[in-house]
Design a protein around this ligand. Sequence first.
Ligand code: ZN
Length: 155
Amino acid sequence: MKTIDLIQPCQNTACEQKWYVFDNSTKPKCPFCATSHKGRLPILNLYSSRRVGSFMPDNHRLMVYSNQSLFMWHVNRLITPNERLDDRHKKRVGYFVEHNGIWYLVNENMPDLRDVDTNVDIPQGSKVELVDGLKILLSREEGGRLVHVQMAEGV
Ligand SMILES: [Zn+2]
């Protein structure tokens, strides 16, 4: 799962690989055709609660691309995407879109979504602009995650 979440589409339409795994550098670049990513690229660093009010890094990152989905196993560390996954956890709960160079997370089914620095709720059906340093709580439940947004700058 962690590797799948680092996958990024190559912007070179002629690239034979189409997708590559982000190498955690600050300048994303396809290792197959050497095409650098153009534009800004959000990277989500996942944290989860071990006890109330305390968040620990999960050493798990999610690379964002257009129409990339957010699932329950990103929202809560106690949910694992395997064959025993409950049907109600298989549907995406949000997705990412880019519009005029600005990246947004659209909240489809995360009742607790909230900007934790401003304490502003992000209701279902609305979206939040992804900016460097933004911290969003995905779930208040046990195992619920918090994401710290980092913006990588392409060429
Ligand atoms: Zn490529």
